[in-house]
Structure formats: structure tokens, C-alpha cells
Design a protein around this ligand. Structure first.
Ligand code: GLU
Length: 299
């Protein structure tokens, strides 16, 4: 395997069953990886026990399998990788790029929740650890679908939490460590995470890690314009009958519906999808009416 071969991934948090929006990211990242002749991996982001739902990871993996989206390597679980996050954090602390912070949420309320300097009076037994973000930290990247995206991380995010005061690793640290450890060359995910990308790039730079390419897929919205994952339409997908949903997702990804007319079984349909897929047809946004109220029809 050449070291620059395409490696994509899907990285769900096990907070519930997969819905249409998460499956769109899974199918989109799978198609792009297959189209590039690359590998596609799955990582379960189970680092937030308070938000985790028992059995959700297994259910998500069963749904992916029912949809024929099989990863090319064993599934990785973030809950088994604490030592790697610890090593990255220790490095940042030793270099002075990260610092312990005793500020509480209410301490920061006066500055829109943004941390730029410690204002907390009370010392906590277990402080959070934050990445020091320099004033004027403008970070940008060229998204393969959304185009140029940049912002001032100091103004949008402030000093980024790496280890939370409750002892949980922050998503931003774990995702950067794991994308690098898994050799991910291409991150394809929902546009709700595009705001996190400059933070992740800053962290990659601080840790001396490569920056992958990024492509943020449009979010599904229901007829009221709500993000699907926040709306009533965010019901689990039906893993017993994947073909209609795969066709629906295919259209939502801007692909020509007729290209999948023939096959009635998942493996043949996916094979056909890989040969008919055109990344240039992906859409930057989806119309608000793209998901009908029953979440069953792409219009
Ligand atoms: N685990 C995150 C989520 O489910 C996605 C992480 C990512 O794709 O970078 O929202």
C-alpha cells in the first residue's frame, strides 16, 4: 500500500441509532473512498459516557452492515485509546501549548463562554486542560465541496478544551490523534462539523501531525428547515429494507437516480453506485424540503 493512498472514515458517536443524516455521511464517505480506490474505516467515538446510549454502537455497526458498508479494517473504539490521548496531551503540556484551567462555565459567561485567559477564582481538584490559542489565530482550509473556509479560532472557539473538567477527553483532541493514527487522508463528514475543522487543524499543527483533506457534506433539513438530527424526522433508518434508503441517499448526494434503476439487492446496487458515482455532482447545500415529514422521500 502506498502511503498516500486514499483512506476515509466514518466516525459516529454512539448516542443513538443511525438516522438519515448520519447515514448520508457514512454513504458519502464510503462512495468517495471506493471511487478513489481507497480504504474506508469506521471508528466509534465513545468518549462521552454521559451521552452514550447502551447498545447504540452495536446497533450502528449492524445498520452499516445491513447497508453493505463494510470497513476495510477492524472497527476502532476511542474508549480503548486513552493512552494515546494522554501522550498527545502530555506533549502539548510539556511544550507549553496547553495549560490547566480552573474556570467554570459561569466564570466564562461574561465573555460569551469563550476562554482567552483564566478568570476563575476557585481552584478545582481536576482542572480542564486547554489548548492555548494565540490572538489573531486565523486558520483556513479548502473544503473539497464547500470551498474556502476560514475563521479566527481565538474569536470563534477561544482556548480549546482538550481534557474536560469531568475527566472526559474532548472530541477535538481525540479526533485529531485518531485521524492521524489511522492514516486518514480524507475526512468526509456532515457540514455541522465544519466549524470544528480550523480547531482541528490548529491542533494538528501543534502536535506535528499531517492535515488531511476535508469535504463537508450538506446537512439534511426537514420541511421546517430544522437540521434533521435535531428534528422529529430524525427517526432511525430501517435496516431491514436498505435498498429504498440507499436510493434516497444516492439522490440526496446529487447522483443520477436512473443509474441505480437495475439492481434490487444491496451488493449489486453498491457496485453499480461505485461505478456511476460522480463527485462533481455532490451538492453544497440541500433544499429545505429535501426531507419530507415522513423522512421517507427525497424530493
Ligand atoms: N463523532 C462525531 C459525530 O458523530 C463525528 C466526528 C467526525 O466525523 O469528525 O458527530
Amino acid at each position: 500500500m502506498s502511503s498516500n493512498r486514499y483512506r476515509g472514515r466514518f466516525a459516529p458517536s454512539p448516542t443513538g441509532p443511525l438516522h438519515l443524516g448520519s447515514l448520508l455521511a457514512a454513504f458519502g464517505s464510503w462512495l468517495l473512498a471506493r471511487h478513489a480506490g481507497g480504504h474506508w474505516l469506521v471508528r466509534i467515538e465513545d468518549l462521552d459516557p454521559p451521552r452514550e446510549v447502551a447498545g447504540a454502537a452495536a446497533a450502528q455497526l449492524a445498520t452499516l452492515a445491513a447497508f453493505g458498508l463494510h470497513p476495510d479494517a477492524p472497527v476502532q473504539y476511542q474508549s480503548r485509546r486513552h493512552a494515546h490521548y494522554r501522550a498527545a496531551l502530555d506533549r502539548l503540556l510539556a511544550e507549553g501549548s496547553a495549560f490547566p484551567c480552573h474556570c467554570s462555565r459561569s466564570d466564562l459567561a461574561g465573555q460569551q463562554g469563550l476562554h482567552r485567559r483564566c478568570v476563575g477564582g476557585r481552584q478545582r481538584p481536576h482542572p480542564a486542560i486547554r489548548l492555548r490559542v494565540a490572538d489573531g489565530a486565523l486558520v483556513g482550509f479548502d473544503d473539497a465541496l464547500q470551498g474556502r473556509f476560514e475563521h479566527r479560532v481565538d474569536r470563534v472557539a477561544g482556548d480549546v478544551v482538550l481534557l474536560r473538567a469531568d475527566g472526559c477527553w474532548a472530541y477535538q483532541l481525540a479526533v485529531v490523534v485518531d485521524d492521524a493514527a489511522q492514516g486518514i487522508t480524507d475526512v468526509v463528514r456532515g457540514a455541522d462539523l465544519i466549524d470544528s475543522t480550523p480547531r482541528q487543524i490548529l491542533l494538528q499543527r501543534a502536535l506535528g501531525l499531517p492535515t488531511p483533506r476535508y469535504l463537508h457534506l450538506p446537512l439534511l433539513r426537514d420541511a421546517d428547515g430544522n437540521k434533521l438530527s435535531k428534528s422529529l424526522a430524525a427517526r432511525p433508518v430501517d435496516a431491514r429494507d436498505p435498498v429504498p434508503t440507499l436510493r434516497w441517499l444516492w439522490s440526496a448526494l446529487g447522483q443520477e437516480a436512473a443509474a441505480l434503476d437495475g439492481p434490487a439487492q444491496v451488493p449489486e446496487l453498491l457496485q453499480q453506485a461505485v461505478s456511476a458515482f460522480h463527485p462533481a455532482r455532490l451538492r453544497r447545500t440541500l433544499p429545505d424540503t429535501a426531507v419530507s415529514r415522513d423522512a421517507g422521500r427525497f424530493t
